[in-house]
Ligand binder design. Structure first.
Ligand code: SF4
Length: 117
């Protein structure tokens, strides 16, 4: 069934790289055909990139989670000196407060910032 052009579509947050925005560490994207060809008709995207939002550039050094899975440290894969866990956690909490009108969120799998595991 097609979405009505007269009714607002539900807002769905999504990892920005899945919409084709070039925000990944390598200045690329992970455009999702499922999202862009099938779901886009039914939802208004709210693209979010936590890494760009906390001020990391594009391109940038990739980051990873290390240490205690309950309280991981977030470091660069080459330079482990900086811990970005605090800014990423603060951004996540800010977005959880602000995004009170979304119906869901599509996360990029395996991302240290967007992934769920
Ligand atoms: S932080 Fe999320 S939105 Fe940004 S590039 Fe990584 S997976 Fe994509």
């Amino acid at each position: 069934m097609n979405a009505s052009p007269f009714e607002p579509k539900p807002r769905l947050a999504i990892s920005a790289c899945l919409t084709g925005l070039s925000v990944r560490y390598n200045a690329g994207h992970k455009a999702s055909a499922l999202c862009l060809e099938l779901l886009q008709e039914h939802f208004d995207w709210v693209p979010l990139c936590p890494e760009v939002a906390i001020g990391l550039g594009t391109p940038r050094e990739p980051i990873r989670l290390v240490g205690d899975p309950e309280h991981p440290v977030v470091t660069g894969t080459r330079n482990g000196a900086t811990d970005l866990a605090g800014p990423l956690r603060a951004y996540g909490e800010q977005m959880a407060d602000e995004l009170d009108d979304i119906c869901g969120y599509i996360f990029m799998q395996k991302s240290p910032s967007c992934g769920l595991e």
